[in-house]
Design a protein around this ligand. Structure first.
Ligand code: PLP
Length: 343
């Protein structure tokens, strides 16, 4: 049985968080002489520490309660806070399935946590036989699953995730940074059923707000309360909160752009498959395509020479390049450039 108090760090469970001026009084009207702010200017007031308006809008959109939502300074903050809440430095461990998003590793190293890397299969799926033996290690606190996975683009099998949620006594984090590009359902709907599930999402990809740095964690309210205790008091700036609120309020452009990116992905896939330079285009539920080519280093360099920057993943997946879906013009230019590279 999963028990949060057996998994979270003791010092975090007993932490008395900083109480900000805006925690003690949160009304909008009055004479505010409590937070040592400057009385002049436009951005002179501290932002809402709990991002209530952003959460309210997200709660409506996702049909869950605001108390199940944490908003962070990008989902990279969610990843870092997860380590800090659950893993004692130089003692506890985390596990992930590789190749995957590099920040699980970097954040583990920053927090002095050992990250166990279990290789994905050749179809980039979880091999439970390889993972099973690690689950009983009492030092293992976290499992990171990226779905759709970066840099491979595929969704991770539902049955394997369900197995881990049921069998593992620690926390399972499903990173859904790219889920809006997929036609599959989010795992958010399962947070009531699995008390050990955290789902992270972001405004950086489909919402087009990478510069604003707004990430989200969805989980049961006891986990969300731990995030709220540990986060810096004003972790999401007023400008960033407003950017997220605007996007959620006026979502017509967002929806149009999302559809354009999905359509362009299909077109790019067809175009890439016609090129001699391309050996394979992997299936993708994200806003990028992983392609296998004859010589990734050379193709990457030749594209850079033409000022087209892709992500060379040759060092982690042999001869593979990851290509983000751009505007229709950018994708056309990419295809033309690739066509003109001799094999
Ligand atoms: C899988 C995955 N998770 C998280 C992030 C980081 O997102 P954010 O901009 O919200 O920090 C990225 C960014 O590339 C990503 O690929």
């Amino acid at each position: 049985m999963f028990k949060l108090k057996d998994i979270a760090r003791e010092n975090i469970l007993s932490l008395h968080p900083y109480s900000s001026a805006r925690d003690e009084f949160s009304g909008n009207t009055g004479i505010f002489l409590d937070a040592n702010e400057n009385p002049f200017g436009e951005l002179n007031r501290y932002p809402d520490p709990y991002q209530k308006e952003v959460k309210q809008k997200l709660a409506e959109l996702k049909k869950i309660n605001a108390e199940n939502i944490f908003v962070g300074n990008g989902s990279d903050e969610v990843i870092d806070l997860t380590y800090r809440i659950f893993c004692n430095p130089n003692k506890d461990k985390a596990l992930t399935f590789t190749p995957t998003y590099g920040m699980y590793d970097v954040s583990a190293a920053i927090n002095a946590v050992e990250l166990i890397k279990v290789p994905l299969t050749t179809e980039f799926q979880i091999d439970l036989n390889l993972a099973k033996d690690f689950l009983s290690d009492s030092a293992l606190k976290l499992i990171f699953i990226c779905s759709p996975n970066n840099p491979t683009g595929n969704l991770i099998n539902k049955a394997a995730i369900e197995y881990l949620l049921k069998q593992f006594k620690g926390i399972v984090i499903i990173d859904e940074a790219y889920i809006d590009f997929s036609n599959s359902e989010s795992w958010i709907t399962m947070i009531a059923q699995y008390p050990n599930l955290i789902v992270s999402q972001t405004f950086s990809k489909a919402w087009g707000l990478a510069a604003a740095r707004v990430g989200i964690a969805y989980a049961n309210k006891d986990i969300i309360q731990l995030f709220n205790k540990v986060k810096p008091p004003y972790n999401v700036s007023e400008l960033n909160q407003q950017a997220a609120i605007n996007a959620l309020t006026n979502d017509t452009v967002f929806k149009q752009n999302l559809q354009t990116i999905k359509d362009e992905k299909e077109k790019l896939k067809v175009g890439l498959n016609q090129l001699n330079q391309v050996i394979k285009v992997y299936p993708s539920d994200a806003n990028f395509l992983l392609i296998e080519v004859m010589n990734a280093n050379r193709i990457y360099d030749e594209l850079v020479n033409q000022k087209i920057i892709t992500r060379n993943r040759n060092n982690i997946i042999h001869n593979c390049i990851r290509i983000t879906i751009g505007t229709p013009e950018e994708n056309m230019q990419l295809l033309n450039a690739l066509k003109n590279i001799a094999i």
